[in-house]
Design a protein around this ligand. Structure first.
Ligand SMILES: *Cc1c(COP(=O)(O)O)cnc(C)c1O
Length: 402
């Protein structure tokens, strides 16, 4: 166990209040929501209450919320379901180069099955513009899917403006809001969102439960065939404790959102500015303004993200890196490459994502140990000012208030 957990973009702890709400649904209230008897009816009631909680958090109607097994399933369903339901209308999908693999790999699979996909490039901060989206629209376009917030570099995308473009062209708009729920305000009406993916374990709910918002009137194909659950659109006996858990978790995560986000953002800036002050040759990846309140992502010149991770882990600090070495691949993250980082720099990146329980003392501990770790690793590195092929400009990074 790490004493300081700064990997909340990977997953979060189930909050005690959420767990407490869930527990009776494993034991006393274990009914099958499809059963006619009282035990079944109790389960059904709990599911409908959770559906109202999820709907309220994004200004949707409860009938527009479908429970799934997580963010990946919601993304797959929204994209494949839309693609196959609209085959006669067209075969073109617009997305970005920095989506989560649950979106990118789904799009790549659709390309093997007769669809064409435009992967919009992003700027150096990871932003795509509504103008880029509009310019990519053809008479074959059936879906625009752009994430609300990036899971690696924390960049917020202009989804309200993209929603406006999609609506004006009568094209369906899906957003992967897995990182955004509980971090920034979301309103599917005001933002013209037709489909929205979320995942319980990213906002202190349980793993293996998610939801897909599908605007009333939008028809998409079924992904899981079987029984009549979820309005006949997503078969399988419901994950009752999970559903109760995601309902409670989203209610807690979205309550008093602005104040909590401001507090987290202040800690984020303390960490980011502290790193820039204490460690030379560091750059911040992503935007300083259009950014998730809990995301810090930096590239540290001349060293590997993985080695920083291991040293931080030894110091009791859980973080993450931008390279995908853990998945057996030596390729750096597609997101870091898409914002224009050379491989060498992308390999030196470190992501720290704060949680609701992160304290100033936690941040100060990181600021205390990280500079020593970096100078140790730099002393051992084969890369230095003489051997590096990367221009100094890559590491020009203005302070937030400069
Ligand atoms: C975590 C994540 C997912 C996948 O969600 P799971 O519930 O783990 O399947 C999808 N998109 C983004 C942006 C994520 O951060």
């Amino acid at each position: 166990m790490n004493s300081i957990y700064l990997d909340n973009a990977a997953t979060t702890a189930v909050s005690p209040a959420v767990l407490e709400t869930m527990l009776p649904y494993f034991t006393e209230h274990y009914g099958n929501p499809s059963s006619v008897h009282a035990t079944g009816r109790d389960a059904r009631k709990a599911i409908e209450a959770a559906r109202r909680q999820v709907a309220a958090a994004i200004n949707a109607n409860p009938q527009e919320i479908y429970f799934t097994a997580g963010g990946s399933e919601s993304d797959n369903w929204a994209i494949k379901g839309t693609a196959f339901a609209n085959r006669k209308k067209g075969n073109h999908i617009i997305t970005t180069a920095i989506e989560h693999h649950a979106v990118l790999h789904t799009c790549q699979w659709l390309e093997k099955n007769g669809f064409t996909v435009t992967y919009l490039p992003v700027d150096s901060e990871g932003r795509v513009t509504p103008e880029q989206v509009e310019a990519a629209i053809t008479d074959q376009t059936i879906l625009i899917t752009v994430m609300a917030a990036n899971n690696e570099i924390g960049t917020l995308e202009p989804i309200a403006e993209i929603g406006k473009v999609a609506r004006a062209h009568k094209i369906l708009f899906h957003t992967d809001a897995v990182q955004a729920v509980g971090a920034i305000p979301l309103d599917v009406q005001a933002m013209n969102i037709d489909m929205l993916s979320m995942s319980g374990h990213k906002f202190h709910g349980p793993k293996g439960i998610g939801a897909l918002y599908i605007r009333r009137g939008v028809r998409i194909d079924t992904l899981i065939h079987g029984g009549a659950q979820e309005r006949g659109q997503r078969a399988g006996t419901e994950n009752l404790p999970g559903i109760v858990g995601i309902g409670k978790a989203i209610e807690l995560a979205t309550a008093d959102l602005e104040a909590k986000a401001a507090k987290t953002a202040a800690l984020r800036d303390r960490l980011m500015d502290g790193i820039l002050e204490r460690i030379p040759d560091v750059r911040v990846n992503g935007s300083r303004t259009e950014r998730l309140p809990n995301n810090v992502n930096v590239s540290v010149r001349y060293i590997e993200g993985e080695s920083m991770l291991l040293r931080l882990d030894l110091a009791g600090i859980a973080a993450s890196s931008g390279s995908a070495c853990t998945s057996g691949s030596l390729d750096p993250s597609h997101v870091l490459l898409a914002i224009g980082l050379p491989h060498e720099v992308a390999h030196g990146s470190l992501r720290m994502t704060l949680g609701t329980d992160t304290t100033e003392a936690d941040i100060d501990k990181v600021l205390e140990v990280l500079p020593g770790i970096v100078s140790d690793l730099r002393a051992m590195s084969v890369l230095n000012a003489e051997t590096s092929t990367v221009s100094d400009d890559t590491f020009y990074c203005p302070r937030r208030n400069a």
